[in-house]
Structures are given as C-alpha cells and as structure tokens.
Unconditional design. Structure first.
Length: 159
C-alpha cells in the first residue's frame, strides 16, 4: 500500500471560524505547483481523504484536479485537527480495495502519524504544503518505509 500525507497549503489567519479558513493566493499557488510536480512524476491516487476544513478540502481539490481524479475525494471528519494513527487505521479498514491513498490534513497530526508509522523518535515537521509518501503492508507503528518527503520550500519558488 502506498500512503501519502499532505498538510494543507497556506491559509487565512482570520475567518469566522477555524473551519472556514480558506487558502490564501500563496497557498493556492504553492499547492498548484505541487500538483504539477506530482503529475510530472506520474503520481496517482485511488482515493483522497481530506479533512472537511475548507483549507484542507481546497488543497485536496487542487491536487485532484491537477491529477484528473476529482471524483475520488472523500471528506473525512476523522482527519480534522486532532487526527491519530488509529483514525488512519479505521479509515483504511473501511476502504480495503484502495492501495494508493492520499490523506490531506493538518499539523501537528500529519507529523505524529507519519513519525509513528516510520518509527521516527521525533515528530516530522510538516510545513504547510509538505507531502510525505511511504509504503507499508499494514498499519502499525514502525511498519512503513519512507519513499519521499518534500517540504514545501523544496518545490516552491520563494520569490
């Protein structure tokens, strides 16, 4: 199974609620660039699970549109702020036929979950727009192998 974890792009600081925070122009541009990079590597996902918070959902939609898989986004409340490894395990049990999966969520959750799967002592620092891909046969601490981790400053023009 190939699991990828993506933190949403740069978002507004102020909105009526945390749920309603949208991507900024910078966030849209950065995630669009990531989508292009993923398409050049022929990345594909059977399904995309996204936190229903607006900034995460917008991030998932940009990636899905760029890769031509928009109809594969599932809003998943277990990916809201505070997600845990057990939530990932439960989601995957409900979708056993999918083998290439993207989770779009929040920090520090993405860092904690991936650190546990990779058996890394410290939490992985997911800056906004960072993505990590791993392979694993099952969901258990220390079961995964890192394929790549791209911090957003690795693919985003800083100008």
């Amino acid at each position: 199974m190939e699991l990828s974890f993506l933190r949403h792009g740069d978002a507004e600081n102020h909105a009526p609620s945390d749920f309603d925070r949208k991507l900024t122009d910078k966030g849209i541009k950065d995630i669009s660039r990531l989508g292009v990079l993923l398409s050049k590597t022929e990345a594909s996902f059977d399904i995309i699970f996204s936190s229903p918070l607006i900034r995460a959902l917008e991030t998932a939609e940009i990636i899905a549109n760029t890769l031509g898989i928009k109809h594969h986004i599932v809003q998943e409340t277990r990916l809201e702020c505070g997600a845990h490894l057990l939530d990932i395990k439960e989601i995957l049990k409900e979708y056993p036929s999918h083998k290439k999966i993207l989770f779009v969520g929040h920090a520090p959750d993405m860092g904690y979950i991936t650190s546990k799967l990779l058996n890394v002592d410290n939490k992985i620092n997911f800056k906004k727009g960072s993505i990590l891909k791993m392979e694993t046969s099952f969901i258990r601490e220390g079961s995964a192998t890192l394929i790549y981790f791209l911090a957003s400053n690795m693919y985003i023009d800083q100008t």
